[in-house]
Write a new protein. Structure first.
Length: 486
């Protein structure tokens, strides 16, 4: 560009990060606005920037018509041809047709100071709008990208950072509680979003978003950058702990080892950047049980079972001494593992699980009969399958296999079975219990259905709970359940 105005336009465009054409268009519109305010003739004014002279030319446009109705914007075809004939010759004059637009130059030197001030305001407004639109478009495409900024000032808990030539905000909720800054500190953040506002686009930064952790790993671990190792998930509680699930596309590459680095050099640099935030790197797996087991690292899991596949609930059993480690400080470890894996995790120690099993079978009381008699009777009810040897650690002195036998078997095995037939049977109630009911006077099904729990509990060998279950079975109020002798 040769003339001073063109050089100024180029410098302004470079400073604002916009195209020179945007500045030129703003100047043309500014001169047109000022001209309309000055002339006030109702003419259709048009401006055009002259690249050779660096001046803005002003024209009044008139449409060629047969008969003029509005002199300010129309001209007759006869007058137009007579005007062009002495200037450009007969050929050009005769080429004018109806509907053509003719330009009539108008001077701009007479616009004056007020018009120049108006033009200045329009230029500034157009350039500012173009700059804001450019900033919004640029940073909206960079969401999720890590940028370096300098702390400029603090506003109501928010930190204003200077990134490049613009300012961005780090809200209080996006700040890690383990970090504090002073003016001119260098901060690495991730772009979380761009909001439009009256003052221009507002770039929102974050130090707590998991995207920051992922980008830091991409910068520190070459295997992640080139795609050999993939990050399948990341969760954080900023300032305290984070978990990252990684997966290797090549069998020979250890994804966890690649992220940790030799003697932990790679992950340590990320921990330093996050001001000491602990990072657990776990291996991702398609198997949910294996993934949950890895996700609870550093705790060692004894066994995992799926409680509800639809609701995605798992039960995890750990050793007693590993329980606090598996749960973590204020439940942090299991909470992060649940977020990472997408499963609801119920952690129990071996002792808790044992007590839970005992509670389930705590009401089962098997009389002390001879081993031969018990195995014969219960074996007949279990389709001939022999009972396993007794384990004194199991509730009531019975083994787990023995407890799985039907409760009516366990109840009836305690005594010899009389030969006389019973007048009725109850689902889930042993024959011995039914015989006691008959002996107590409840000889018919109807008499039993009309009885009360208090009346039944007065019979020998029948307690309150057993009486309630007998009535429920007789009246069909509840599904048949296994019964045990009180």
């Amino acid at each position: 560009m040769s003339n001073p105005l063109q050089q100024t336009i180029e410098a302004l465009a470079k400073e604002k990060g916009i195209e020179p054409d945007v500045v030129i268009s703003a100047i043309e519109e500014a001169v047109a606005t000022a001209s309309r305010k000055y002339y006030k003739t109702g003419e259709n004014l048009k401006t055009r920037f002259n690249m050779e002279t660096g001046q803005v030319d002003l024209f009044a446009l008139k449409t060629v018509v047969e008969e003029v109705a509005t002199p300010a914007t129309e001209i007759s075809i006869t007058e137009a041809r007579e005007m062009y004939r002495p200037l450009y010759g007969d050929d050009v004059a005769n080429s004018i047709e109806l509907g053509d637009e003719m330009e009539f130059p108008k001077p701009t030197e007479v616009l004056g100071r007020i018009a120049a001030q108006t033009a200045k305001q329009v230029i500034f407004q157009k350039v500012r709008e173009a700059e804001r639109e450019h900033v919004f478009a640029e940073y909206n495409e960079r969401i999720g990208e890590v940028v370096n900024g300098t702390v400029k000032r603090f506003e109501n808990g928010d930190i204003i950072l200077e990134i490049g030539r613009i300012e961005a905000v780090l809200p209080r909720k996006e700040q890690s509680r383990a970090e504090s800054y002073t003016p001119n500190d260098r901060v690495r953040t991730v772009i979380k979003g761009v909001n439009r506002s009256a003052k221009g686009p507002q770039i929102v930064l974050s130090r707590t978003d998991p995207a920051l952790l992922i980008k830091l790993f991409e910068q520190e671990v070459p295997e992640i950058y080139d795609g050999t190792v993939m990050i399948r998930g990341a969760v954080r509680e900023a300032g305290d702990r984070a978990k990252v699930a990684v997966y290797s596309r090549e069998r020979d590459v250890d994804p966890v080892g690649a992220c940790v680095g030799m003697k932990g050099t790679r992950v340590q640099s990320i921990i330093r950047e996050l001001r000491g935030e602990k990072i657990d790197i776990v291996e991702w797996s398609e198997d949910p049980i294996a993934f949950v087991t890895n996700g609870l690292s550093p705790a060692k899991v004894q066994r995992v079972s799926i409680v509800d596949d639809r609701e995605r609930v798992m039960e995890v059993i750990v050793e007693d001494k590993q329980l606090s480690l598996a749960i973590g400080k204020k439940g942090q470890n299991v909470r992060l593992a649940a977020k990472l894996t997408g499963w609801r995790i119920d952690i129990k120690s071996e002792e808790e699980k044992r007590r839970e099993v005992e509670a389930q079978f705590g009401e089962l009381e098997i009389p002390d009969d001879t081993p031969a008699e018990r195995s014969d009777d219960i074996g007949d009810h279990a389709d001939g399958e022999p009972l396993a040897p007794e384990d004194p650690s199991e509730p009531g002195g019975a083994t787990a296999q023995g407890i799985e036998a039907t409760e009516s078997s366990a109840t009836d095995a305690a005594t010899d079975q009389p030969d006389s037939p019973l007048p009725y049977t109850l689902p889930g109630i042993g024959e011995k219990t039914v015989r006691r009911l008959v002996e107590g006077g409840f000889t018919t099904f109807e008499s039993l259905s009309g009885a009360t729990a208090d009346a039944l509990s007065e019979l020998p060998g029948i307690g309150d709970k057993t009486a309630e279950k007998i009535l429920a079975a007789a009246r069909g109020d509840a599904p048949a359940e296994e019964m045990q002798q009180e």
